[in-house]
Design a protein. Structure first.
Lengths: 282, 303
């Protein structure tokens, strides 16, 4: 990795973090995390009551069920519709925004290959995604443990799973790590669309439209949709939930990782190929 | 003038769907030229310049710069070119200095902060280094455009409509800067414009294109000496001026019309002084003499 590339990445990061829109994601996540934590603090017992109602006849629950790990799990489950939008807001602007502003021209008349520019911008957006995910993890785990303390994590999926507190943390961290991969895939899609159009609004809307349509198709249990599900990236984005099974279905996790990484490479490959040939008319 | 070609295009063409923006354009710019690239709006000047800067890819033909094919030596060639392409755009949320510092990071040979300050002073932005670009007028952005074009000491400078948005003093400053860069530092300069008079003052060679095709290329002196000027004269007392003009074959041939006591002639540049003397010798005190030459007139004369 040469010095010029590192300088390019540094420059792109500088541009990302100088823009107000980059902080919308951090602000929105902070707001949602805090709101959920407060809501759980105020009304968490009745939420738990509702969740355990059907089991009360067979089980007696003891201990601190409303704990930090449960609050993080609830936050993880609720935020993955909004985070793609916040990521697309930045990734979709990276090329199209500069094209619309005319600053892409000033970059492209520099003695730097277009491939390096694309890869530097993409590296910068991955760092931004990492920052968002780390921020979300740190805030939700930190505030969750602070407010609610530790305890066993109980998760209701196809069956009831109870994870000892010493077992819960690595699963949560693994979920966040997987989420970084998921959100990187969203970023790569928005980034690709940003290379194709010259207005940043288009890639943001298109990215969200694609995600929403895919999610709707995934949720409808028709044979024709079942046939295309393996090819839709949204099928794999929810695989973080596999970390809350015992044992973890590593085959599903690995399949999802491979699928998401493949999508990233396909989107990035297309972006590089397209951008190298694109006439810059703005 | 050194006969080494710095830029050479061969049958350069660009097609956008069914529209031909540039059509088999051959041009040659030599080392040390201040080369005028003229044409009316929409002639294909900016498209050609974008192809030279590899912002746009040719549909056909080739571009050679510094003796190398552009498509195979892009980064090396661009490292020796500084350019302003149309209206220069910058990161409005950054200051002038921050914009240059950012671009400075992308160069192999970095400039010191002092040097960046010097460049900003050279282009007339002293005192505005730490102002955000969003507060700049178009003229100030144009000056900053010059700064980013010059900061890596390029051998070739390409300027697309460099005086756009500048006041008369600014236009003069740009003209002086271009002449200084050419005469003192030996830089080759390509200037595109739709204003012939601007090109005439500073360029030694020029090309005129129309609808994507070359109309004429050559030395400015040679091309424009055969071009007639439209000159209007005003006299202190013009009572007998019209009679005098009609009595002299030479004047009558050159005469166009009189409008609001201004007598309009089509003259070669070498004939202007001759006619002025003729009037003075016959007692007609010339109050004013205004030459007007537009690109449109040039085209009309060419056809």
């Amino acid at each position: 990795m040469n010095l010029l590339f590192l300088n390019l990445v540094q420059t792109e990061l500088y541009k990302i973090f100088r823009k107000g829109r980059s902080y919308i994601g951090f602000g929105a996540i902070a707001f949602i995390v805090i709101v959920i934590q407060i809501a759980l603090f105020v009304d968490g017992e009745s939420y738990l009551e509702l969740g355990t109602q059907s089991l009360k006849d067979s089980f007696t629950f003891q201990g601190n069920l409303l704990n930090g790990y449960l609050s993080v799990f609830i936050i993880l489950s609720s935020l993955w519709v909004h985070i793609p939008f916040l990521i697309a807001l930045v990734a979709g602007d990276l090329i199209a925004g500069e094209a619309a502003a005319g600053t892409l021209r000033i970059l492209l008349i520099r003695p730097i290959s277009r491939t390096q520019i694309i890869w530097a911008k993409f590296t910068a957006v991955l760092i931004y995604v990492l920052a968002i995910v780390v921020f979300m993890a740190a805030l939700s785990i930190g505030t969750g443990l602070l407010i609610f303390g530790e305890g066993d994590l109980f998760v209701m999926k196809d069956m009831l799973y109870i994870f000892d507190s010493s077992d819960a943390l690595w699963r949560i961290l693994a979920s966040f790590a997987f989420s970084f991969l998921s959100m990187s895939m969203v970023a790569s899609l928005a980034f690709m669309l940003s290379a194709v159009v010259d207005s940043s609004l288009g890639p943001i809307i298109m990215t969200m439209s694609i995600i929403i349509v895919f999610m709707i198709v995934s949720s409808i249990d028709l044979s024709i949709f079942r046939a295309v599900k393996p090819f839709m990236f949204t099928t794999y984005m929810g695989a973080w939930r596999e970390f809350f099974s015992d044992p973890v279905d590593w085959h599903k996790v690995n399949t999802a990782v491979v699928a998401l990484v493949t999508h990233i490479f396909i989107f990035l490959g297309f972006t590089t190929w397209y951008f190298k040939r694109k006439d810059i008319l703005t | 003038m050194n006969a080494t070609p710095i830029i050479q295009t061969t049958q350069l063409s660009k097609q956008f769907d069914k529209f031909t923006a540039v059509n088999k354009l051959d041009l040659t710019i030599y080392q040390g030229d201040v080369y005028g690239f003229l044409g009316p709006n929409g002639a294909g000047k900016s498209t050609t310049i974008r192809m030279l800067m590899s912002l746009i890819f040719p549909s056909a033909g080739s571009i050679s710069i510094f003796g190398k094919e552009l498509k195979d030596n892009r980064e090396h060639i661009l490292s020796r070119i500084g350019a302003i392409i149309e209206k220069p755009d910058f990161y409005n949320y950054l200051t002038a200095l921050q914009n240059l510092e950012m671009l400075n990071k992308l160069q192999s040979a970095r400039l010191s902060k002092d040097k960046l300050y010097e460049i900003l002073e050279l282009v007339g932005l002293k005192g505005r280094e730490k102002s955000k670009v969003k507060t700049f007028s178009q003229g100030m952005k144009q000056r900053l455009g010059f700064a980013q074009a010059l900061m890596h000491n390029p051998d070739l400078i390409i300027l697309d409509e460099p005086t756009n948005g500048l006041d008369p003093q600014g236009v003069k400053d740009v003209r002086d800067l271009i002449l200084k860069l050419n005469k003192e530092q030996g830089k080759t300069i390509l200037i595109s414009s739709h204003i012939l008079s601007e090109i005439e003052i500073i360029c030694n060679r020029m090309i005129i294109i129309q609808k994507g095709s070359k109309v004429v290329e050559g030395s400015v002196n040679e091309l424009l000496s055969f071009n007639e000027l439209h000159v209007s004269f005003e006299f202190e007392d013009d009572t007998k001026a019209l009679t005098f003009i009609n009595e002299h074959d030479f004047l009558a041939k050159k005469f166009i019309e009189v409008v609001h006591q201004r007598y309009h002639f089509n003259l070669l540049s070498t004939e202007v002084a001759q006619i002025n003397k003729l009037f003075l010798d016959h007692g007609f005190a010339v109050k004013s003499m205004i030459p007007v030459r537009s690109l449109e007139d040039y085209f009309l004369n060419m056809t």
